[in-house]
Design a protein around this ligand. Structure first.
Ligand SMILES: Nc1ncnc2c1ncn2[C@@H]1O[C@H](COP(=O)(O)OP(=O)(O)OP(=O)(O)O)[C@@H](O)[C@H]1O
Length: 346
C-alpha cells in the first residue's frame, strides 16, 4: 500500500515547496518528501484500546494519497477522533503503525508536525483579543516561527480565510463560522503540506458550512492535501475526492468517492399520480423494498430489463410521469456495506 517514494526518503528532492520551513534540516527531518501520488498518511493495522477496555480503532489500514481531499467518514463514536489523535502523535497506538508525510508517528512528531496544519476540536481563542491579535499571539507561541515575517504571514492568513475586514474585531464577537475560519487561518500561518481538520463544519449554520467547504476546496486546489473528518455524508460527497468509511472502529471501505458510490446499486424511482397501483404492480414484478412517498414510488431494481417494468406499469393502467434509476449515493453505499443506517443525530 505504501508507495515507494514515501517509504524511501529522498535526501535530494527535486522540488521542495517549503525549504525554509524545515526546522531541522540537518537531522532526520530532511527528505521524506512524498512525491505526487504518494501516500501522505499511511497506517498499518493501527489499533487503539483505551484503558477502560474500549476498542476505539481496530486494525486500521488507511492510505491517503497526496493531493487528495480525503473525507474520513463515520457516525459518532466510530473512531475518527481517536485515529486523528494517533496520527498527530497526541496519543500512542496500542499496536500497529502510522506514517505521516512518510515518517513514523508519534516518533517523528517534532519534524512532521511543522508541516501539518491541524484544526482539532475547535480553535482555542482568546475572546478579548482581536482576530489578528489571536493569530499574532498564536504564532509567537511557536518557537519555530520567524518573528520577522510574523505580521506579513498573519495578514496573508487572514486574507486567505476572508477575515481581513473583521481582523480588528474581538474574537468573542465572531460568529461560530468566523471562529472556525480564524482557526483555519492559524493552521495556515506557514506553508503546509497537509491539513487535518476534525469535523470542521460541526455546529455551523448552512452559510458557515458553505464558507468552510469553499475554503477547503480552494486550499486543496493549491496542492495541499486535506484530511477532514465528518459524520455528514453529503459533505463528503460535495467536498472530497477520496473517502474512507468507518463504523465501530473498523474501516469499511476507502477509495475515490465516485467509485465508492458506484459500488452500491441505485434505486428505481417512479413518479405517478397513481402511487398505490404503481407500488402493487412493482411488487408483482419483483421489485424489492418498495416505498411510497406521495407521488414517488421507489424500490430496489430487479435484475431484468427495466423497459419491461415500465411496460407492465402502463399495461396495468398506471399513469407514469417519470421512470428511472437514481444514481447511488454514498449513503446507499454505506447502507449496503454495513447493513445499518447512518446515524446523523450528533
Ligand atoms: N479517552 C477515552 N477513553 C475511553 N474511551 C474513549 C476515549 N475517547 C473516546 N473513547 C471511545 O472510543 C470510541 C471512539 O471514539 P471517537 O471519539 O474516536 O469517535 P468519533 O468517530 O470521533 O466520534 P465523535 O464524532 O463523536 O467524536 C467511542 O466509543 C468513545 O466512547
Amino acid at each position: 500500500m505504501q508507495e515507494q517514494s514515501a517509504a524511501a526518503p529522498d535526501p535530494h528532492p527535486a522540488t521542495d515547496p517549503h525549504p525554509a520551513t524545515d526546522p531541522d534540516p540537518g537531522s532526520d527531518g530532511v527528505g521524506a518528501r512524498a512525491g505526487a501520488g504518494a501516500a501522505v498518511i499511511s497506517t498499518r493495522a493501527l489499533t487503539k484500546r483505551y484503558r477502560g477496555g474500549q476498542l476505539a480503532v481496530d486494525g486500521l489500514d488507511l492510505t491517503v494519497p497526496a493531493g487528495s481531499v480525503f473525507g474520513f467518514l463515520g457516525p459518532n463514536g466510530s473512531g475518527k477522533t481517536t485515529t486523528i489523535r494517533m496520527l498527530m502523535g497526541l496519543i500512542e497506538p496500542t499496536s500497529g503503525t502510522a506514517e505521516v508525510l512518510g515518517r513514523p508517528m508519534p516518533r517523528s512528531a517534532r519534524t512532521v508536525l511543522p508541516e501539518v496544519g491541524a484544526l482539532i476540536e475547535g480553535p482555542a481563542l482568546y475572546g478579548f483579543l482581536s482576530g489578528r491579535d489571536n493569530l499574532l499571539r498564536y504564532d509567537a507561541a511557536d518557537p519555530t516561527a520567524d518573528p520577522r515575517t510574523r505580521h506579513a504571514r498573519v495578514g496573508a492568513a487572514l486574507d486567505r480565510v476572508g477575515l481581513t475586514a473583521a481582523a480588528g474585531k474581538k474574537a468573542k464577537a465572531y460568529s461560530l463560522g468566523m471562529k472556525q475560519r480564524l482557526g483555519l487561518a492559524a493552521a495556515l500561518l506557514r506553508p503546509r503540506r497537509l491539513l487535518v481538520l476534525d469535523e470542521p463544519t460541526n455546529g455551523l449554520d448552512p452559510q458557515g458550512m458553505r464558507e468552510i467547504r469553499t475554503l477547503v476546496r480552494a486550499l486543496a486546489s493549491d496542492g495541499t492535501t486535506v484530511f477532514l473528518s465528518s459524520h455528514l455524508l453529503d459533505e463528503i460527497e460535495q467536498v472530497c475526492t477520496h473517502a474512507a468509511v468507518m463504523a465501530r472502529g473498523r474501516l469499511i471501505t476507502q477509495g475515490p468517492v465516485a467509485e465508492l458510490a458506484t459500488g452500491a446499486r441505485g434505486r428505481l424511482v417512479v413518479t405517478t399520480p397513481d402511487p398505490a397501483d404503481a407500488a402493487r404492480v412493482l411488487k408483482e414484478q419483483g421489485v424489492g423494498d418498495v416505498v411510497v412517498t406521495e407521488d414517488r414510488v421507489t424500490g430496489e431494481p430487479p435484475d431484468r430489463d427495466l423497459a419491461e417494468l415500465n411496460a407492465a406499469l402502463v399495461t396495468a393502467g398506471v399513469r407514469v410521469r417519470g421512470f428511472g434509476v437514481e444514481r447511488a449515493s454514498l449513503e446507499d453505499a454505506f447502507l449496503a456495506l454495513t447493513g445499518e443506517g447512518f446515524d446523523v443525530a450528533g
